[in-house]
Ligand binder design. Structure first.
Ligand code: ATP
Ligand code: MG
Length: 568
């Protein structure tokens, strides 16, 4: 099976150094006639986020461009933090993004082989059992400016090491009492090369291997060899692993196994967004959000529920490419790609989020009409639909001002506007409640403007969306804003945490929205543009009797900008 990536066209559009290196290697037959092989190696300790989408697009997208293959490999060497729930969600998310893995692999499948290789290094005098405590190991390691010191256990005989390592494996020793270390160089300028730990003792149940093992390999002793076992030619990872590359190569060279190569690229950072599983887990565990798929979360499950599309994410990832230095991308770039995609594909509908009742006094009571509107002006194939109209309709509260401010072109007493695809109407009077709030606007309509067309060339400055009272379906609408108030959520005062940057107004729930009746048939996964309001999708909390819609994104609201400038 090869990757069938429908969007590799997109990915090809932006050049990046990873693609260049791959092309060079293929041309030079660095791996002979072997195909390009990549892997995406998540640790199943949380849900995937937008940063992972970048890595996925690189791992799968590039391999596909070169006719290669990509494995999904769970890097599951940390039994305490890993769970089946995460494994399942990761598979769902990779598929949702539109990619198919060649082989499904688990680092834990290689525990036996890794153990054999560890024995091989012990026998070659290149690994030893160390009895120092974790603290002592840290002290002996030295610092960036000071060389490390040899452990007193460094020169144990091969026989002694073999015996101790076997006893570690058989469960004779408590957690943390001993480790197996590679014997490299305690004075190396690279701290990763100062006799790195290969195995630790951990009497913990693993989500796949159960209680088979009580020693577990460290990331560095598992990753490169796993790549090698799978004949990975290009092992792409983020820049924080650059310092690990010499160690990655050292193990492969010492073992004389398939020479996978590691290449590092920049981590995706987005403004107003945290891309760290650990911190996202904290938000979930502390109940700051409703779960991993809360639509405000930057997880793939969160933005999927919010209404984001895999097409937009892939286009976004293709546009940002990859580089050798870390930077931060403006969240608005991602939103731009999402709006662009939804503008092309979302079905238009009329929905009034904050309804104000409009009574058309001269429209015959009991009369109904159907007006035809196009489903998507960007896509003629989307067809048309009929929207019912009657004497009482709802408009947005924001679309009426009893006393209009300057440059306000929507409805106010004495002004004429168009009700989209229906009629020209003129506001005459208002009805107020005891607190002085306008609760009803009384209007007259011009029957000659049927279909919303000017009967005599006369112009109106506004076209308002509306929903007929007699036909409306009610819904709950959830409006989302940024989860953090600061562009860098990790910028917080001493003694505080990123939690102090949480936006208290990131969720607004509107319970009284009125929707055109066609939306009663909305299904999960359908995407809509509520005209003049924004992009929306049905939420999974919807039930037979209650519709819930999520706002994916607002439309760009020019009026909000004018209003802001005017300081009103
Ligand atoms: P986190 O810090 O969020 O837990 P991680 O790097 O520990 O992320 P892994 O599950 O180990 O997460 O990551 C799988 C792959 O995704 C790795 O190759 C990693 O480099 C890549 N990756 C993770 N975060 C990002 C990001 N923000 N941008 C690009 N790639 C990323
Ligand atoms: Mg990790």
């Amino acid at each position: 099976m090869t990757n069938s990536n429908p969007e590799s066209q997109e990915a090809r559009t932006v050049s990046n150094f990873l693609r260049d290196q791959m092309a060079e290697d293929v041309l030079a037959k660095k791996y002979g006639d072997a195909i390009v092989q990549t892997r995406f190696p998540p640790e199943p300790n949380g849900y995937l986020h937008i940063g992972h989408a970048k890595a996925i697009c690189i791992d799968f997208g590039l391999a596909d461009e070169f006719g290669g293959r990509t494995n999904l490999r769970f890097d599951d060497t940390n039994p305490e933090k890993e769970e089946q729930e995460y494994v399942d969600s990761i598979m769902t998310d990779v598929r949702w993004l539109g990619f198919k893995w060649d082989r499904l692999c688990y680092a834990s499948d290689y525990f036996g082989q890794l153990y054999e290789w560890a024995l091989q290094l012990v026998k070659a005098g290149k690994a030893y059992v160390d009895d120092l405590t974790a603290d002592e190991i840290r002290q002996y390691r030295g610092t960036l400016t000071e060389p490390g010191k040899d452990s007193p256990y460094r020169n144990r005989s091969v026989e002694e090491n073999l015996g101790l390592f076997l006893r570690m494996k058989s469960g004779e020793f408590p957690d943390g009492s001993r480790v197996l270390r590679a014997k490299i160089d305690m004075t190396s300028p690279n701290l990763n090369m100062r006799d790195p730990v290969m195995y630790r003792i951990l009497h913990a149940s693993h989500h796949r291997t159960g209680d088979d093992w009580c020693i577990y390999p460290m990331y560095d002793f598992a990753h490169g060899q796993s790549d090698s076992i799978e004949n990975v030619t290009h092992s792409m990872c983020t820049l924080e692993f650059a310092d690990h590359q010499p160690l990655y190569r050292w193990y492969i060279e010492q073992l004389g196994i398939f020479p996978s190569q590691q290449i590092e690229f920049d981590r995706l950072n987005l403004t107003y967004t945290l891309l760290s599983k650990r911190k996202l887990l904290q938000l979930v565990q502390e109940g700051r959000v409703s779960g991993w798929d809360d639509p405000r979360m930057p997880t793939l499950s969160g933005i999927r529920r919010r209404g984001f599309t895999p097409e937009a994410l892939r286009a976004f990832c293709a546009s940002i490419g990859a580089s050798r230095t870390n930077g931060t991308t403006d969240i608005e770039v991602l939103e731009h790609f999402q709006r662009d995609d939804l503008n092309r594909r979302a079905t238009r509908a009329m929905a009034v989020l904050n309804p104000l009742k409009l009574v058309i006094d001269n429209y015959p009571e009991g009369q109904e009409e159907l007006f035809e509107v196009v489903n998507n002006p960007e896509d003629p194939a989307a067809g048309v639909r009929q929207v019912p109209f009657s004497r009482i309709v709802y408009i947005e509260q924001d679309d009426f001002r009893e006393v209009p401010p300057p440059k306000y072109f929507r409805l106010s007493p004495g002004k004429e506007v168009r009700l989209r695809a229906a009629y020209f109407i003129t506001a005459n009077s208002v009805l107020k409640d005891a607190d002085g709030n306008v609760v009803e606007v009384h209007c007259t309509y011009d029957p000659a403007s049927r279909g919303g067309n000017s009967p005599d060339g006369r112009k109106v400055k506004s076209t308002l969306h509306w929903v007929s009272d007699a036909h409306a379906v009610s819904a709950e609408i959830r409006l989302y804003d940024k989860l953090f108030t600061k562009a860098d959520p990790n910028d917080y005062a001493e003694g505080e945490s990123f939690l102090s940057n949480l936006n208290p107004d990131s969720l607004t729930v509107l319970t009284g929205a009125k929707l055109e009746p066609s939306l009663a048939n909305a299904k999960l996964g359908d995407r809509f543009q509520f005209e003049r309001v924004g992009y929306f999708c049905l939420d999974r909390d919807s039930t037979e009797g209650k519709l819930v819609f999520n706002r994916t994104l607002s439309l760009k609201d020019s009026w909000a900008k004018i209003e802001k400038k005017a300081g009103s």
